[in-house]
Design a protein around this ligand. Structure first.
Ligand SMILES: [Zn+2]
Length: 285
């Protein structure tokens, strides 16, 4: 997972007005949300571009045929609500509620062979169910106000659009399975729920993550060796080290698959003998 600044989303000039009209039609006239679904489908390409066409939850490349626009607060119903919840209908056309997701993170699936199940679908657990918002005043159709209605809710799952959340998710070097990066109980609970809700432990994804982790750690091993062998008289080793620095940096950049988890694994490789790792981590991109 990586932080995605949804504020970078650029929509056509007329889009907000169309979204407001659609929202009014749904809230005031009882129109079906599906009758305006072209509105969020139109945003798919631009949402994808914010993270190089990778899923915002698991960072695997998203197939173009996927139904990739996820409503973070579900628009139809909410499986986790204690009472019957008809969905956050008032946020159906609010772009700040959109996330870009692969089929495995977004749709409910059961992997019988490997014993995992997950997929977000209509899941949206909260830390405190008592704060759940069930409806809004139909007279208030101002998006900033509508967003404000749900501010008291704390999601029990990680949100790629929260700048702190992606740092809580890592993966195990030995098998690519997702894990918490913190030992703080509340953070661990949120990570565990996210793994289940987004199906982050889907075995084929873990295998791909594991392969990339192996490549990263091999490069780090070589770079550490080269770094300790650097001799100013021997330009060959210096060049070799710099090349590895660049390759390792590429693996944690925003565009790389599983870059968030690779960032976590690289953090674990820091040591006083290898100050260059901190430089890779802070090189940005
Ligand atoms: Zn995904």
């Amino acid at each position: 997972m990586r932080y995605v600044d949804i504020g970078d989303l650029r929509l056509d000039d007329g889009w907000p007005a169309l979204a407001e009209t659609a929202c009014r039609d749904v809230i005031e006239n009882g129109a079906s949300i599906a009758s305006h679904d072209d509105l969020w489908r139109d945003t798919k390409k631009r949402l994808g571009a914010l993270l190089h066409d990778k899923c915002w939850f698991c960072e695997t490349p998203v197939d173009r045929s996927d139904n990739a626009v996820d409503h973070f607060r579900p628009k139809g119903r909410v499986a986790d609500a204690l009472q019957e919840h008809n969905g956050y209908r008032w946020l159906s056309f609010e772009s700040r509620n959109f996330r870009f997701a692969c089929t495995f993170c977004n749709s409910r699936r059961v992997d019988i062979e490997n014993g995992t199940a997950g997929g977000k679908a209509d899941r949206f657990p909260l830390v405190d169910e008592g704060a759940r918002v069930y409806a809004v005043d139909p007279a208030v159709i101002d998006y900033d106000d509508l967003i404000a209605t749900v501010e008291a809710e704390t999601p029990a799952i990680l949100d790629p659009c929260d700048p702190d959340d992606w740092l809580l998710l890592g993966c195990k070097r030995e098998n690519g399975k997702p894990c918490a990066t913190s030992s703080e109980p509340a953070a661990i609970r949120r990570v565990e729920q996210s793994i289940e809700v987004y199906h982050l432990d889907y075995e084929p994804t873990c295998k791909r993550r594991h392969t990339v982790a192996g490549q990263l750690l091999e490069k780090v091993r070589e770079a550490k060796k080269a770094f300790l062998e650097i001799d100013e008289a021997d330009l060959k080793t210096t060049r070799r080290f710099k090349q590895l620095f660049v390759e390792i940096h590429r693996m944690i950049k925003m565009k790389a698959p599983f870059s968030g988890e690779m960032h976590f694994l690289l953090q674990g490789q820091r040591s006083p003998d290898h100050p260059w790792i901190e430089n890779v981590l802070s090189a940005g991109g």
